[in-house]
Design a protein around this ligand. Structure first.
Ligand SMILES: CC(=O)N[C@H]1[C@@H](OP(=O)(O)OP(=O)(O)OC[C@H]2O[C@@H](n3ccc(=O)[nH]c3=O)[C@H](O)[C@@H]2O)O[C@H](CO)[C@@H](O)[C@@H]1O
Ligand SMILES: C=C(OP(=O)(O)O)C(=O)O
Length: 417
């Protein structure tokens, strides 16, 4: 296993671009199963979760070809195979195989998903959706067995606007008989990206990006070409890193509208943010105000940026309160940050953060975004080297993190543990 060595004290300066969105890609790849001819995805992030997903599709019989950020999936030979364990347990988004296989074959057997394990992450709403569409869901030796004689459209109200449940229901309902309506659907940009792909494949989905999504089931779906949206979580992480290191960073080829919650919070702190049509420039300084940040569903501040944001808040004068309304205890970065001298107290679902002088330490990433936060912490330590182990978590979602930060002037390198 590798660890990251991060030498602090250098402001980030320069221009980068980030890859396509991991959380889109991980739904678009299984969506290809619903087609009868090849689907080509470009702007695909080159991250480990995507590699794992490609292997799962190959296990199912798909022909997957890859050239840098372009992947073509030929699903014509895909067959129904139970996947009770193995690769499916390595990633969270393997749950999309349930909706995709159910749509194509009327059945799926999938082991429980893996992914970031910062707190219990139930999938009861996915199950509720499949059952409403006419499937019977049982537990088969720890794996979920989902089977429908016939998938029929239904009206489904989600108790929580879950990204995963919304997408899973869209996948299955695209091939159901009749109309499905999802109420209190998630509105994240990745939902729109998935609906755009499905519609290009012949599905009939309206309202993605709003709280009511309508799906008219179709009998067949076909291949197409789709370009994945930029990864707003990677963009947000670099925006926060630029501010935290008091740097000057431009991120190109992005969708600034997706960044509005981050932009608003950075401006409120006193960071200069310049928004262009397809890029954003962040200019940091030495005087940040403390603020309160609430992680919420989109268009609120993303929970996936809550951990990186905790680092920037240690640089603000006064006391900031960071609350996660999506996941109540997603603060795995905090115990590690305390070892670096951070002044953070956890109170319920909030972190109370005071201005802190951070010092280098050996710290461990135990999930993707907490890991990214620890790298940011290393970057702002005035002197000395922070060692971040658990790099495999960070590589689930950041393409070329070391290369990007190096090109912005950071001193960061890998070493074997
Ligand atoms: C692969 C992927 O896209 N992952 C993202 C996705 O995860 P994921 O789709 O798993 O997250 P959800 O939107 O489903 O979860 C949101 C909230 O709903 C709850 N819930 C969810 C489903 C369910 O059946 N029952 C239930 O109670 C969860 O515990 C959580 O409190 O959205 C999260 C919230 O933006 C992000 O942090 C993840 O990066
Ligand atoms: C939690 C995340 O990913 P996953 O849902 O794939 O575990 C994330 O991207 O921050």
């Amino acid at each position: 296993m590798d660890k990251l060595m991060v030498a602090g004290g250098r402001p980030l300066r320069g221009t980068i671009r980030v890859s396509g969105a991991k959380n889109s890609a991980l739904a678009l790849i299984p969506a290809a199963i619903l087609a009868d001819s090849p689907v080509t995805l470009d702007n695909l992030p080159q991250v480990s979760d995507v590699e794992v997903y490609a292997s799962i599709l190959e296990e199912l019989g798909a022909r997957v070809t890859r050239n840098a950020d372009v992947m073509t999936i030929d699903p014509s030979e895909v067959r129904y195979i139970p996947l009770p364990n193995g690769n499916v347990s390595k990633i969270r988004a393997s749950y999309y195989l349930m909706g995709a296989l159910l749509g194509r074959f009327g059945e799926a057997t999938i082991g429980l998903p893996g992914g970031c394990n910062f707190e219990p992450r139930p999938i009861d709403l996915h199950v509720k959706g499949f059952e409403a569409l006419g499937a019977v869901v049982t537990n088969e030796n720890g794996a979920m067995r989902i089977k429908a004689q016939e998938l029929r459209g239904a009206k489904i109200y989600l108790d929580v606007a879950s990204v995963g449940a919304t997408i899973n229901i869209m996948l299955a309902a695209s091939r159901a008989k009749g109309s499905t309506v999802i109420e209190n659907a998630a509105k994240e940009p990745e939902i729109i990206d998935v609906a755009t792909l499905l519609n290009s494949m012949g599905a009939r989905i309206k309202g993605a990006g709003t709280e009511t999504i309508r799906i008219e089931g179709v009998e067949t779906m076909h291949g197409c070409h789709h370009s994945i949206i930029p990864d707003r979580i990677q963009v947000g992480t670099y925006m926060i890193a630029a501010a935290a290191t008091r740097g000057d960073v431009t991120i190109d080829q992005i969708i600034p509208k997706h960044m509005e919650a981050v932009t608003a919070k950075l401006i409120e702190m006193g960071v200069d943010v310049y928004e262009m049509d397809e890029s954003i420039r962040i200019v940091g300084n030495d005087n940040y105000n403390s603020i309160d940040v609430k992680a919420l569903v989109y268009p609120g501040f993303a929970t996936d940026l809550q951990s990186p944001m905790s680092i920037l808040l240690t640089q603000a004068s006064g006391v900031s309160i960071l609350t996660d309304h999506v996941y109540s205890s997603r603060f795995r970065q905090v115990p590690e940050l305390l070892r670096m001298g951070a002044r953070i107290k956890l109170e319920g679902r909030s972190a109370v953060i005071e201005r802190s002088a951070l010092s280098p330490a050996k710290v461990r990433a135990t999930d993707l975004r907490a890991g990214a936060a620890l790298v940011l912490a290393g970057l702002i330590v005035p002197e000395g080297i922070t060692e971040v182990s658990g790099v495999e978590f960070i590589e689930r979602g950041y393409e070329n993190l070391v290369e990007n930060l190096t090109s912005l002037g950071a001193e960061i390198w890998r070493e074997q543990e």
